[in-house]
Write a protein that binds this ligand. Structure first.
Ligand SMILES: O=P(O)(O)OC[C@H]1O[C@](O)(CO)[C@@H](O)[C@@H]1O
Length: 260
């Protein structure tokens, strides 16, 4: 696992944007795995800006989002379909026919999960997976105790995740209880992944992911098994890490563990 510690959120976003830009420039028909959540918003802004100003193109890119709430129609303002449309898709030249999210409003969500997994396989798998991390260590909606061998399926959300996401809904009661999410093994099958975490509230989850034991209690710790995982942090999210001699290889853009 490569751990990059940047001075602040903006620097962290630009570093992540560099990796995405490099991927789609080198491989215009790359398959991207995309994430939602507050952390990702400035990254999508940075990518949209590079599209506008530098001509960074997503025209041939295929994308698969990690997750979607069950029971919300795509045009529901709190769906991840709407989030992606507002935050990213409408600002770039991605082909809507190649921008996929799980179908949270499918009559049979479990069947829709299997179809989604098959669609990812048919696209040749994911070249670069973007990830955020929940305060409880979740990736996608793989909550603590999620099987590390899991594939795309229906998951029940924890109360703590529902409370964290309540801010987007009218009330806690209105916050969905279930989601379709790529599984931990689906995520591990990506050829490269970049996990982004900013702010002090993520410091404990980051510690458990990077230095903690590999455990379903912290699904993000499964990234320790990934052959090409890059964790991009600001100083606040890195605040609880203890292997400081390892992270303190100073380079001009911040601290960088350099090797993974
Ligand atoms: O960036 P945020 O809003 O803290 O969310 C972190 C993670 O939690 C989720 O929003 C799900 O709760 C993920 O989509 C995201 O990766």
């Amino acid at each position: 696992m490569k751990v990059l510690i940047l001075p602040d959120e903006q620097a962290a976003m630009q570093r992540a944007a560099d990796i995405v830009a490099r991927t789609v420039t080198a491989t215009p028909d790359a398959v991207l795995g995309l994430a939602t959540g507050g952390t990702m918003l400035p990254l999508y802004e940075a990518l949209a800006q590079r599209h506008r100003e530098d001509g960074l193109s997503f025209a041939k890119t295929t994308s698969f989002n990690l997750d979607e709430y069950i029971g919300l129609a795509p045009d529901h303002p709190c769906s991840y379909h709407s989030y992606m449309q507002e935050a990213f898709f409408r600002h770039v030249d991605i082909d809507p026919a190649r921008a996929h999210l799980p179908k949270g409003d499918a009559p049979d969500p479990q069947a829709a999960s299997l179809e989604y997994e098959a669609l990812i396989a048919a696209a040749g798998g994911i070249d670069l997976q973007l990830l955020g991390i929940g305060q409880n260590g979740h990736i996608g909606f793989n909550e603590p105790t999620a099987s590390l061998g899991s594939r795309t399926r229906v998951k029940t959300l924890t109360t703590s995740t529902r409370r964290a996401n309540q801010r987007y809904f009218a009330s806690f009661e209105d916050t969905p209880r279930y989601a379709i999410t790529m599984g931990v093994a689906t995520i591990l099958a990506s050829r490269a992944c970049v996990l982004l975490a900013t702010g002090e509230a993520k410091a404990d989850a980051v510690l458990r992911m990077v230095e903690g034991p590999l455990s379903a209690a912290c699904p993000a710790s499964a990234l320790q098994l990934h052959a090409s995982a890059t964790v991009i942090l600001d100083e606040a999210a890195a605040g609880a890490l203890t292997f400081t001699d390892y992270y303190e290889n100073v380079h001009p853009g911040g601290r960088d563990s350099a090797f993974d």
